[in-house]
Design a protein around this ligand. Structure first.
Ligand code: C5P
Length: 224
């Protein structure tokens, strides 16, 4: 079965303090979105759709020149961008569809493969996760309480399911007016079962300026 992907890149980058969309911010001279798309292609993904913000088509076309990625306008929020991106994929319902954040530009090839392989192996929905390193407290108006962090995982991307199932789950969530923060939650809403695989520190999401500094350091460690 083919493996295809939506890269969501339609965010504004306001938390990064850039006047460019975040996905176009360069990391050692290469735009985050280009690094993300190249990582998927290197892992064997056969087709990529990138959701882009309004008014930046030429910037994205330049950044993705030569990758073969198809550009489609994103939506009002991440969830809507994913839904529109999935509609832009030209693949059968049983294709393995990955959804990946452009901001997770340094995702290792191994993580992409683990996620895709788990779906090929029969899992319904697959997400990469990492342990939580901070101590975590739940707060409420009466005070706060420690949460056992050994029971918690932080969720990364790419997340994956079969294309047909993922498309219908997104349409259902839209029709039901449910708000979610990731694709696993979209799929759970329609009763699909989520499986976890190991993520990796390098699949961190570039969100704030300090994350770019960390990403540069990770990149420097990688190259010989
Ligand atoms: O803002 P945040 O980092 O959580 O966004 C996660 C991903 O979703 C980013 O890669 C961003 O570009 C994408 N996104 C999108 N469409 C939106 C909002 C965010 O594709 N309307």
């Amino acid at each position: 079965e083919p493996v295809v992907a939506v890269v969501v890149a339609a965010g504004s980058g306001s938390r990064l303090g850039a006047d460019l969309p975040k996905a176009l911010v360069p990391l050692e001279g290469v735009a985050l979105v280009r690094r993300a798309v190249d990582a998927l292609l290197a892992a064997g993904v056969g087709q990529v759709v990138v959701t882009i913000p309004p008014d930046h088509e030429s910037g994205f076309a330049a950044a993705l020149n030569g990758t073969g990625a198809r550009l489609v306008p994103g939506g009002a929020d991440r969830q809507d961008s994913v839904r529109l991106g999935l509609l832009g994929l030209d693949a059968p319902d049983d294709a393995v569809a990955l959804v990946h954040d452009a901001a997770r530009a340094l995702v290792p090839t191994d993580v992409v493969r683990r996620v895709a392989d788990a779906v090929l192996g029969g899992a319904e929905v697959v997400i990469p996760v990492v342990p939580v390193v901070d101590s975590i407290r739940r707060v409420d108006p009466d005070g706060s309480a420690i949460v056992d962090r050994s029971l918690l995982r932080a969720v990364q991307t790419p997340q994956a399911a079969r294309l047909g199932a993922l498309r219908s789950a997104h349409e259902r969530v839209l029709a039901d007016g449910v708000e979610v923060t990731d694709d696993a939650a979209v799929c759970e809403h329609v009763g699909m079962r989520v499986s976890l695989v190991d993520g990796h520190r390098d699949a961190m999401k570039v969100t704030e300026p300090v994350d770019l500094i960390l990403a540069k350091a990770l990149l420097a460690e990688r190259s010989p």
